[in-house]
Design a protein around this ligand. Structure first.
Ligand code: ADP
Length: 259
């Protein structure tokens, strides 16, 4: 599944929030959106999963215009996992994962045997089968994210949009969630807060600043001390980690550019 975003723009009222955003995610890639708070990462993703309506631009999925697909057609192609706190549902874990099957059925259809099998496999894959009957609201942040990812897996899409999926999670859960996603071997576009996690998991990155793409490329191309300083206003030391062979970024205290 290939995603092409061309000149996407969005404004709340008259105030532009993102302008002329062009992004390509090739089949099998894990692409990250990074940038400071308020730079427009979430707004881009919300436009792509149609929680917001763009002011301009075209989005194509394998050449088809995404905005011309109906909800069910789009939901068979794109799964979405948002931030941990974004779904205050009073449902059981199993019921939430079963929602992943809704694009495949009519309004009052029950779950078929095949649906049940897919739901059970998704629960098992995420290691949450024993929580199936528990209330989603009573779970910890990391457990909730595993449920939302299980729902996206049950949706059986080849493409995942992730909006800061590891926000508020401890480091163990952050790594666990991103490992699960990576192992799915689907195509991913993810807004990520943490530059070290972005360097570790992403093939390519788009760096956002004030609603525009400031730079794009491999982590090595974009996570330079200069770009980090230009975008975040903080000095950083960037090196290749001897074990992971990925970039590792150390932020240098006392260097914040407040101008
Ligand atoms: P990020 O995900 O990078 O933190 P957002 O996409 O959430 O950034 O926000 C981009 C900009 O849009 C920010 O300036 C933010 O204040 C603004 N914004 C976000 N949501 C709304 C809203 N509902 N109404 C008006 N402005 C908003």
């Amino acid at each position: 599944m290939k995603l092409q975003v061309e000149n996407l723009s969005f404004a709340y009222d008259q105030e532009p929030v993102i302008e002329n955003i062009s992004i390509t995610v090739k089949k099998g890639e894990f692409v990250g959106l990074i940038g400071p708070n308020g730079s427009g990462k979430s707004t881009i993703l919300k436009n792509l999963y149609r929680a917001l309506q763009p002011k301009g631009g075209v989005v194509k999925l394998d050449g088809d215009d995404l905005f011309k697909l109906n909800y069910k057609q789009a939901a068979k192609k794109i799964g979405v996992v948002g931030q941990e706190n974004s779904l205050p549902f009073d449902f059981t874990v199993e019921e939430i994962v079963a929602m992943g099957r809704s694009p495949y059925k009519k309004i009052f259809d029950g779950d078929t045997l095949e649906d049940k099998e897919i739901i059970n496999k998704s629960l098992a894959y995420m290691g949450i089968a024993e929580m199936a009957k528990r209330n989603y609201l009573h779970l910890s942040g990391g457990e909730k994210q595993r449920v939302l990812l299980a729902r996206a897996i049950a949706q059986q899409t080849d493409f995942l949009l992730l909006d800061e999926p590891t926000n508020h999670l401890d480091i163990g859960y952050q790594i666990q969630i991103l490992d699960f996603v990576k192992n799915l071997k689907v195509t991913v576009l993810a807004a990520l807060h943490d530059l070290n996690l972005a360097a570790m998991y992403c093939n390519r990155l788009y760096v956002l600043k004030n609603g525009c793409i400031y730079k794009s490329g491999t982590p090595e191309e974009v996570l330079t001390p200069e770009i980090i300083y230009d975008v975040y206003g903080i000095r950083a030391d960037v090196s290749v980690h001897p074990v992971t062979k990925k970039l590792t970024i150390t932020f240098l205290p006392g260097s914040l550019n407040i101008n």
